[in-house]
Ligand binder design. Structure first.
Ligand code: AMP
Length: 382
């Protein structure tokens, strides 16, 4: 039974941000009979193409944000760099889920790491660095190898420099030191993984287990589900996610990205207070996708089953694949257990996420092989 506060099908969901995460959310919302309004500075956006209404305005135009929120029943976001003030303006007229405070904590690396450490969640050794003197002190304490990251607006390895030794310090500082940074100890990891989890209005919790993530050039390349980690590691990762969602009082979906060290320990790298690229395979492989779950959670409905129907893998499709010719879609789709998702982006650019492939098989490894095979076929001449 739905709770009395539930926002029921037929109501309107407002989405801040208009990329592929909003697009897939909108597709699931529409399946459930909701209307979708989207707000971002862009036109003909991946989300706008499938939404009922696309509002094009700056996130700083708080009057437009308030007008947008007045027209919807609940507001959520799909982009973590939406300004906090924007979520506060929206909250005057509709519930914002997750709360803007969740976004505020997670959109700045130092706030996020300080929060995690204060809750006893394992993170890499880190230091807040604002001045050259603080950088020097941080280097002396943390040592090398280390990574210097700008504290704001980082994703996919942007705004990061690895320091192999102290000889790399001056150039890294010259590049990034203009704004607040974090210096992080380098984690010698065995693999990278993530837990995408959801928390309902009533505090209920759901997760899709551990995803194993393989990166190329700092961008997610392939995800496997179930991830190949020992059961006790999976259980610990899920408990960490449960604690984080509860401590942040999340209503919605949040992804915890982790490193599994060679010593078998888990270290949290970062949080994304939204659906996540590593969870895309849930669209095809799970009873309830991360996007449907986001709809359910933010609307106060019961969470759906996260059962994995078949082992799966996801391979990202970056704009590079559009060169030297349009990808050969038919060649990839000739593999019947492969599903294609394209985000409706007009301009392929190197490194730009244009879509993904999901492959289903009898094991996650076989699915990853199939996803890679499908992606390789895209390069074939038709
Ligand atoms: P991030 O933007 O923080 O997710 O970092 C992008 C990628 O850089 C991660 O997925 C890792 O592959 C790598 N990375 C980031 N931080 C560390 C670290 N402290 N130790 C080792 N590798 C890291």
């Amino acid at each position: 039974m739905s709770s009395p506060r539930a926002i029921l099908p037929g109501a309107t969901i407002g989405v801040l941000g208009s990329g592929q995460l909003g697009r897939m959310l909108a597709i699931e919302a529409r399946k459930l009979g909701y209307r979708v309004h989207v707000f971002s500075p862009d036109r003909d956006s991946p989300t706008g193409q499938v939404a009922d209404v696309e509002v094009t305005a700056s996130y700083d135009d708080l009057e437009r944000v308030e007008a947008f929120a007045r027209d919807v029943d609940v507001v959520t976001f799909e982009f973590e760099n939406v300004p906090f003030a924007c979520t506060q303006a929206a909250a005057k007229h509709a519930p914002v889920r997750p709360r803007g405070e969740v976004l505020h904590t997670t959109q700045q690396r130092n706030r996020e790491k300080t929060f995690l450490a204060s809750k006893g969640i394992p993170v890499a050794p880190f230091a807040v660095v604002r001045t050259a003197a603080e950088f020097e002190a941080a280097l002396a304490r943390i040592g090398t190898p280390a990574i210097l990251k700008s504290a704001d607006f980082g994703y996919d390895g942007k705004g990061q420099r690895k320091l192999r030794s102290s000889a790399d310090a001056a150039s890294a500082w010259a590049e990034l030191g203009k704004s607040e940074c974090v210096l992080e100890g380098f984690v010698d990891f065995e693999l990278e993984c993530s837990v995408v989890a959801a928390r309902g209005l009533d505090g209920s919790f759901a997760h899709w287990g551990v995803f194993e993530n393989q990166h190329a050039n700092h961008i997610l390349d392939v995800t496997l589900s179930p991830g190949r980690v020992p059961p006790q590691v999976a259980a610990r990762a899920i408990e960490l996610a449960r604690t984080i969602l509860a401590e942040l009082d999340v209503v919605g979906v949040l992804c915890v990205e982790l490193f599994l060290t060679r010593r078998g320990e888990l270290v949290v790298n970062e949080l994304a207070p939204r659906t996540h690229n590593s969870g895309h395979l849930t669209f095809d492989a799970s009873v309830t996708s991360q996007f449907e779950q986001q709809v359910r959670a933010v609307c106060g409905l019961p969470l759906g089953s996260t059962e994995l129907l078949r082992p799966a893998a996801m391979a990202n499709l970056l704009g590079d694949l559009w060169l030297p010719h349009e990808p050969n879609w038919a060649a990839a789709l000739a593999l019947p257990d492969v599903k294609l998702h394209l985000y409706g982006k007009a301009k392929p650019a190197p490194g730009r996420k244009m879509g993904h492939l999901t492959a289903l098989a009898s094991t996650a490894e076989a699915a990853a092989t199939l996803a890679r095979e499908a992606r390789a076929r895209l390069a074939r001449l038709g």
